[in-house]
Design a protein. Structure first.
Length: 117
């Protein structure tokens, strides 16, 4: 059985520390600490609200990036620094020609069947 996250402090109030997962960029653990609740019931209600709201926020915060935005703002500037100018220009025209189909799609929507078609 899991431990109860609600603890009693030395001064008689209740507190909790909620683990809300990991930050997507830094990889660090996200924790929220709340204290000063007069009863265990109050602390449990706040804990439940925090856990439920954080789950909704994490779902809403997932920002979808269109394939076109990714190619133009991330990939092409990086690729230009990795190859000679003539190679970049050749690949740029190829990307414009063959990847235009994916430009209207979000990167997380592209599946192998789309590429195969």
């Amino acid at each position: 059985m899991a431990k109860d996250p609600i603890k009693k402090a030395d001064n008689g109030t209740y507190y909790f520390r909620a683990n809300l997962g990991y930050h997507p960029v830094t990889g660090k653990q996200i924790q929220k600490y709340r204290s000063g609740f007069a009863t265990k019931k109050e602390a449990r209600e706040e804990y439940s609200k925090l856990i439920l709201s954080s789950a909704k926020e994490l779902d809403e915060k997932k920002k979808t990036v269109s394939f076109q935005t990714f190619i133009e703002e991330t990939y092409l500037p990086w690729y230009k620094t990795q190859v000679k100018e003539s190679t970049y220009l050749n690949r740029y025209s190829t990307i414009q020609k063959h990847f235009a189909y994916f430009y209207k799609m979000a990167t997380d929507e592209i599946e192998p069947i789309h590429v195969q078609n």
